[in-house]
Every structure is written in C-alpha cells, then in structure tokens.
Design a protein around this ligand. Structure first.
Ligand code: CAA
Length: 385
C-alpha cells in the first residue's frame, strides 16, 4: 500500500501579541492562574488588516515556493472563523497564491475538528490518485467576550500542510478512532462575533471524547497504546493536553509516560488557541523540538466542540526535521508587536459590518493583507513583504 501523509507543514500567526501577565494584572488576578493553571503565556491577536485568509495564505506561501503547484488539484480550507456563508475563504487564498484554475477549493467546518476532516478527505483523494497532492489550510482567530473565563484562551494562527504519497514528514496510518456526540459545550451563532461556551462542560466533553475515540480505534484493530511513542492533542490551552493525556493513561491502563507534552506545546503556549490549527501547531512543535523521532509512532487527538473528535496515528519519517521550520517559527513568534491591555481591548471591540465600505489601515508585515470591504465584498492585497 502506498504511504500517504503530511509532506510539508508551515505555521503563520498575527502581527500583534498580548502577554497574559499583563491581562492578569489588569484583571487583578494571579498571573500563575494563566501560566500554570491553564499553561498559556501569550495570545496572538490580528491587526485590522489580518484575518484567516491572510494568515492562511502566509502559511501556504513557503510551501508553494518549496514544492511548486505540480499535482495540486485541491485546496481545502478549514476554519471556524467563517468569513462568508457562501464563499470558501480558500478562494481568496487561491487568488493570492496565484494557483492554477484547475485547483478546486472548498471550506470545511466542524469547530476545531475541521482540519482533521480536511486531512481525511485529502488522504482519500491521494489514495485514489497518488500523483495528486492536496493543500490544506487550517486558520482561525479564537475570540471570546472580554472579561469571560475564555478570554485568556484566545489566540490566532494558521497551519498549511501539503498531503502527498511518500510523505517526507509523517505517514498517516489508515485506522482511526472517531467519537461524535451532540453536546452544546461551545458554538458560535451566526449573529455573534464571539464563541458561546460552557467551559466546565467543554472540558468534560473533551475528556469523554478522548476515551470514546480511543475505544473506537482499539475496536477497529488500531495500534496498541504501548506502541505510542508520543501524543499530540488539540490544545485550547496547553493544560488541556495534560488533562487528556492523564485521562487516556487511566482509560487505557497503560503508562503513556510524559508523551512529548512539553515539546508538543511550545508553540501553543505562545500562540494561544488556534482552533483548527491547534493540533497541527502542536505536531510542528513536537517535530521541531525533538531530534530522534524518525520511525516513531505518534498518536494525534483532534477535538471539535459540538462535538466531533478523532484519534489517529502517524509514523515520523527519516529526515523529518531538516527544513529550518523551528528557526522560522521562532522568528515569526518573536517578531509580533506587543499590545498594552487598553489597545488590545480597543482592537477586540472593533468589528466590521459588510454594510459599510471600509479601507483598513496598513499594519501587517505579512505578505498579504485584508484591504477592506467594498460593495459588501471583502478584498485582499499582496503587500510586497
Ligand atoms: N496558580 C496556579 N494555578 C491556578 C491558580 C493560581 N493562582 N488559580 C487557578 N489555578 C488553576 C485551577 O486550579 C485550574 O486548574 P485545574 O483545571 O487543573 O483544576 C486552572 O487554573 C483553571 O482555573 P479555573 O478552572 O478556575 O478557570 P476558569 O473557570 O476561570 O476557566 C475554562 C477555565 C473554563 C477552561 C475557561 O478558560 C474557558 O471557558 N475556556 C474556553 C473553553 C475551552 O477552552 N474549553 C476546553 C475544551 S473545548 C475545546 O477544546 C474546543 C476549543 O478549542 C474551544
């Protein structure tokens, strides 16, 4: 059987960052609640001329530069920060990246799980024709109401992945475990710019889903828990991965060890929740911070509130960490411009209506910018950066 999986992967994030110490001090609470209690240090915050399209295109640009467009006939855009009820955000990316008209584009939605739905679809497309490659973009801005318990778990970022036969990074194994249940733990109604969340219920639902997806994987003859060298998890906040790992250890009755939780959360601690991109940002963090994973089996748990979840596995390929992604990602994270709390709150409160034409101020240093709204349609520009 042809090996299929993730051939290349790249991250991008926003122009701004908010330190959680500053947020805690503004709120008059102990910063350790965020740094230790939630395991989060910073949250990325978009400038007015950034959104899921600009982040997604910025993540995909270096992948296209490295591999060209040969064989790419599909771009799947996963997000829960939908910009339009009809048009897939990936169509704007298609234009910004100057992709051929023979590339089909569609958007996937199911909260933070959508990136994994796109990955499964991509694996199917490549299985049908191993000469094809699929570009996946997972891109999100996590927004909760100011002053709500979810506020310190905001964040923003995108991951672009190229899925192909004979992948250079991680071969995805064919058996996976799925767990779906209709639960109102987190959702975003069409008339709301922030998520509605029952935080306690969402943590419980996440843990039930890890166990349920494991049972489905085991029931379908998936790999033994003992063979999992590392685990990466969707990370709404990095402590959630720790809770899930402990829960899975109890549930399987197998000592899963530390499992790469620390190396797999270095980027997530600083980006905040990136919804659909979070699991794959964690995978990048793990691959970029460990040198001896070639041949190892990694378990990956994808969770999307509402809820759909999946636990699947992959084998890390030889030479997986030679691309310099760690240096690029660290430089990008360091380059973010810090916000003071007042400016952050002002930015947070600004939302655009399609009923009003607007030109956004030039702020971002990314290769692409959201330029504004004209006649109810969004328009984008290359910045030349
Ligand atoms: N020093 C160290 N730790 C401290 C502390 C201090 N001074 N003060 C509190 N803590 C600890 C608490 O003991 C607690 O740890 P445990 O969970 O291990 O017991 C932790 O900090 C958080 O404290 P609280 O539970 O009191 O925090 P909270 O109720 O204010 O908010 C939350 C927590 C409900 C998760 C909230 O952040 C939230 O609503 N987040 C959004 C929803 C979310 O992320 N859910 C996760 C699952 S859903 C999902 O995964 C999908 C998605 O992406 C949204």
């Amino acid at each position: 059987m042809t090996a299929i999986g993730i051939h290349d992967l790249e991250l991008s994030t926003t122009h701004h960052v908010l330190g959680l110490t500053a947020l805690a001090e503004f709120q008059g609470i102990d910063p350790n609640k965020y740094h230790i209690g939630l395991g989060q240090d910073e949250i990325s915050m978009p400038a007015p001329d950034e959104d899921v399209v600009t982040m997604g295109a910025s993540a995909a640009l270096p992948i296209i530069a490295r591999h060209g467009t040969e064989g790419i006939r599909t771009l799947l855009f996963a997000t829960e920060t939908g910009l339009d009820q009809s048009k897939a955000a990936g169509v704007w990316v298609h234009e910004l990246l100057d992709l051929p008209s023979s590339v089909r584009v569609a958007e996937f939605k199911q909260a933070c799980y959508a990136g994994t739905a796109a990955l499964q679809a991509a694996l199917g497309i490549v299985a049908r024709n191993p000469a094809e490659r699929v570009l996946i973009i997972s891109s999100d801005v996590a927004r909760y109401e100011l002053g709500s318990p979810g506020e310190p778990t905001q964040g923003a970022g995108a991951v672009a992945m190229l899925v192909s036969a004979e992948p250079a990074l991680v071969e995805i194994e064919p058996t996976s475990g799925v767990y779906t249940d209709d639960v109102d733990d987190f959702w975003r109604p069409n008339d709301s710019t922030t998520a509605v969340v029952d935080g306690r219920l969402s943590v419980r639902a996440y843990l039930d889903a890890v166990a349920g997806a494991w049972d489905d994987l085991a029931g379908r003859g998936g790999p033994d828990a003992e063979s999992l060298s590392r685990m990466v998890y969707h990370q709404p906040f990095t402590k959630m991965a720790m809770k899930a790992h402990q829960h899975l250890t109890r549930h399987t009755g197998v000592d899963l060890g530390e499992g790469g939780l620390k190396t797999g959360s270095i980027y997530n601690r600083r980006l905040g929740n990136t919804y659909t991109a979070s699991l794959y940002a964690s995978l990048a963090s793990l691959l970029d911070h460990e040198d001896d994973l070639a041949g190892s089996r990694i378990g990956m748990f994808s969770y999307g509130s509402g809820l759909v979840s999946e636990l699947f596995t992959g084998i890390v390929q030889p030479g997986y960490n030679g691309s310099g992604r760690r240096e690029r990602t660290e430089a990008m994270i360091e380059a973010r411009v810090p916000l003071d709390v007042d400016t952050y709150r002002e930015l947070h409160s600004k939302t655009l209506s399609s009923l009003q034409d607007v030109e956004t101020p030039r702020v971002t240093k990314a290769p692409f910018r959201f330029a504004g709204i004209k006649d109810r349609a969004r328009f984008y520009q290359r910045t030349g950066n």
